[in-house]
Structures are given as C-alpha cells and as structure tokens.
Write a protein that binds this ligand. Structure first.
Ligand SMILES: Nc1ncnc2c1ncn2[C@@H]1O[C@H](COP(=O)(O)OP(=O)(O)OP(=O)(O)O)[C@@H](O)[C@H]1O
Length: 248
C-alpha cells in the first residue's frame, strides 16, 4: 500500500537518499534502523511531505500511497497529512487542555459537532490506553502529564483524525523504560488498524515491535526484510556488522 521506487533526495548538493525502493504493506509495523545520519528520518519525513518545508531540497523517484503519487501537483498536503499522521521524538503537546489537544485536528478540519468530537476524543484516548488515566482531568493542561503520558497523548492526537498510516520518529527515545514498554505494547495493538513506520535507534525495539526492518547506511537501503530474518540471518555483511555492534 506504500510503494516507493528509486527515491533520491538532496539537501542542496548533498545526496542524502540514494535510490531507495521499498514496498510497505498495510497493517504492518516497519522499522528503520541504521547509524546516525544515514537518512532514516529524511526518508520517513517524505511519507507526509514534511521535507517540503526545507528549502533547497530535491526529490526524484516515485512515492505512492494507496496507488496515488503523493508528490503529484494535485495532492493537497493537509489532506495527505490527515491520512499520514506523525509522532515525534520528544512529546510535543500543545499548551492546551488534555481534551483540546486531542480535539485539535478535528477542529482545524472544520468539525463542529460537539458529540462527535467528544466521542472521537474518548475513542482516541482509549486506543492509546490513556483514557482511564486522564478521564477525570480532561480540562487540565496537557503539561501536567508525565512524559510518557504526553507521548501517548500525542499519539491520540494523531489518531483522532483517523489516519491510515502513523509515522513515528524515535517515539520513545525521551522516555523511561516503563513508558517505553507501554508505547511498544501500544504499537502492537495499533497495527490492527494502522500501518506504522517507526525510526528507532534501538535495535531491540525494532526486533520487538516490527514485522519488517529496513537497515540504512550512508543514504542507502542496505537491506530490507522480515525483522526476524534481518536480525538472525541477514543477507549483507554490513547488516551483520551493524546488528552485532561492530559499528554505529
Ligand atoms: N535540514 C537539513 N539540511 C541539510 N542536511 C540535512 C538536513 N537534515 C538532515 N540532513 C543531513 O542528511 C543526512 C541524513 O540525516 P537524517 O536526519 O535523515 O539521518 P538519521 O538516520 O535520521 O539520523 P539520526 O539517527 O541521527 O536521527 C545527514 O547527513 C544530515 O546531516
């Protein structure tokens, strides 16, 4: 359902992604791993056109989501971002109440029906296992939540507008181990409904949560296969060296 072919990406003269081709199936979790600076986040940000915001960049190749070229001139970027939600490394709730954080996307998309908003907020908070923890303080500031709760709130905010794809850029790197395992459990639950693509520095995390893993190095996709295979019997020597900790 996501198909990319011969994707090249440049920051000015710097060739950051080199000929990347990858297909991602619906309702799977795909992890991107690789040494710092290898292009994982750059590639992830192409999925919802976040790199459009950076001046002097250039993209070539094909980037299809559900058969549609998302870089076609006819594509409306805000519509695309409703379909392809994103969660970042550091939890970034808005300076608003817990309720309004989750309702935000619905309101900016013109949804005025109070009952619907109420229902979506509740569903989204339930799907991130946060409802029981926050249902009695929905009017409190999101900043009163712990870091792990804030990250689950940001996931709920992304889910409220019913995306089909959820991008996560190192979503647990700022969290403690217990919050991390809650998010990992959540990822496992969410893939029933969503297609998830996650960048992680943590190889154990990739091994725990993903169905497929892509190993990137110096802007190239060195290997992309079933997670179990990649971590136990990789095809490429570079992958073997990386997963056994010989560099990176
Ligand atoms: N806005 C930018 N302008 C210029 N170069 C950039 C920009 N963002 C990233 N790069 C460069 O592109 C390359 C890939 O960066 P990217 O952030 O995608 O790597 P990464 O694999 O996600 O790294 P990390 O794991 O450290 O986050 C790096 O060499 C980086 O310096």
């Amino acid at each position: 359902m996501i198909n990319t072919e011969n994707v090249n990406f440049y920051y000015g003269d710097f060739h950051a992604l080199k000929d990347i081709s990858m297909d991602i199936e619906a309702n799977t979790v795909t992890a991107f791993i690789g040494p710092s600076g290898c292009g994982k986040s750059t590639y992830l940000r192409l999925f919802n056109r976040m790199n459009d915001l950076i001046e002097g960049t250039k993209l070539t190749g094909k980037f299809l989501i559900e058969g549609q070229d998302i870089y076609d001139k006819s594509v409306q970027v805000d519509e695309l971002r409703k379909k392809v939600g994103m969660v970042f490394q550091k939890p970034n709730p808005f300076p608003k109440t817990i309720f309004e954080n989750v309702a935000y996307g619905l309101r900016v998309n013109g949804m005025g029906n109070k009952d619907f908003i109420q229902q979506r907020v509740e569903e989204s908070l339930k799907s991130t296992a946060l409802w029981d923890e926050v249902k009695d303080k929905l009017k409190k500031s999101a900043y009163e939540l712990s870091g792990g709760q804030q990250q689950r709130l940001c996931i709920a905010r992304a889910l409220a507008v019913s995306p089909s794809i959820l991008l996560m850029d190192e979503p647990t790197s700022a969290l403690d181990p217990i919050s991390t395992s809650k998010i990992e459990e959540l990822i496992y639950q969410l893939k029933k409904q969503y297609t998830i693509v996650i960048v992680t520095h943590n190889m154990q995390q990739a091994a725990r949560v993903s169905d497929k893993t892509g190993f990137f190095m110096l802007g190239k996709l060195v290997e992309y296969s079933n997670t179990k295979k990649l971590f136990t019997n990789p095809e490429q020597e570079e992958t073997q060296n990386y997963i056994t900790g010989r560099f990176g």
